[in-house]
Write a protein that binds this ligand. Structure first.
Ligand code: IMP
Length: 199
């Protein structure tokens, strides 16, 4: 029986992982499903470092494969901020305060400086070691007036010129096809498939 544990409590992420890696595992479970509560401090200075820390830590506690991800928003004119600090950009760390700070910092920037991208890094680990790593990016522009109620976090301010919509306006299924997380998961699937065919 091949089992995969997803090192997240986020039901949306578990659903996406189930859809994409379902063919390679008999069972895909969240930390909640297996009753594991671990507090892992995301203190690395890269997305990869945080995903690695989560995946490796959990994989030492369970007897199966583990995937963990870390993601965030980088603004070109802010030297890549908020980046790995996206979840705790403002002091309170609420979406509302994070977005307020983002708008304040982006307002003086020109069009070039407002260019931004989401990054998602995913690590697959087994027995305390990284097995493979995948990264996805999604490019857009930060706007200063929110648009739409879909998505979460910075989505109402993340505008995709080729769609004429923000992630907050885009249909959720469409977001799941083009997002940084979707791209990272597709790359992970390719790598898992390669490894699967080489066994
Ligand atoms: P984490 O990967 O769950 O630690 O998320 C880090 C933070 O990045 C989130 O709290 C959001 O602020 C931001 N973020 C990551 N992905 C997205 C997204 O798809 N939409 C909006 N915000 C995101």
């Amino acid at each position: 029986m091949k089992r995969l544990v997803m090192a997240t409590g986020n039901p949306g992420k578990v659903r996406e992982i189930r859809q994409i890696l379902g063919n390679y595992y008999d069972e895909i479970l969240s930390l909640k499903d297996i009753g594991l509560k671990v507090d892992i401090v995301e203190d690395a200075d890269t997305f990869h470092g945080n995903a690695l820390k989560k995946a490796v830590t959990i994989s030492k506690l369970v007897d199966c494969d583990v995937v963990a991800d870390d993601s965030g928003l980088s603004v070109v004119g802010l030297d890549g901020r908020p980046g790995v600090y996206s979840a705790r950009y403002s002091e309170s760390g609420t979406d509302e305060d994070n977005n307020k700070k983002l708008v304040e910092e982006v307002t003086p920037l020109d069009e070039e400086g407002r260019k931004a991208y989401y990054t998602c890094d995913i690590v697959l680990a087994r027995n305390g070691e990284e097995v493979c790593f995948a990264e996805g990016k999604c490019y857009g522009v930060i706007i200063t007036e929110p648009r739409g109620n879909n998505g979460f976090g910075y989505d109402p301010y993340f505008y995709l010129p080729e769609y004429g919509q923000t992630f907050g306006e885009l249909d959720p299924d469409e977001k799941n096809r083009i997002s940084h997380r979707a791209k990272a998961l597709m790359e992970l699937e390719r790598k898992v498939n390669e490894a699967h065919n080489n066994i």
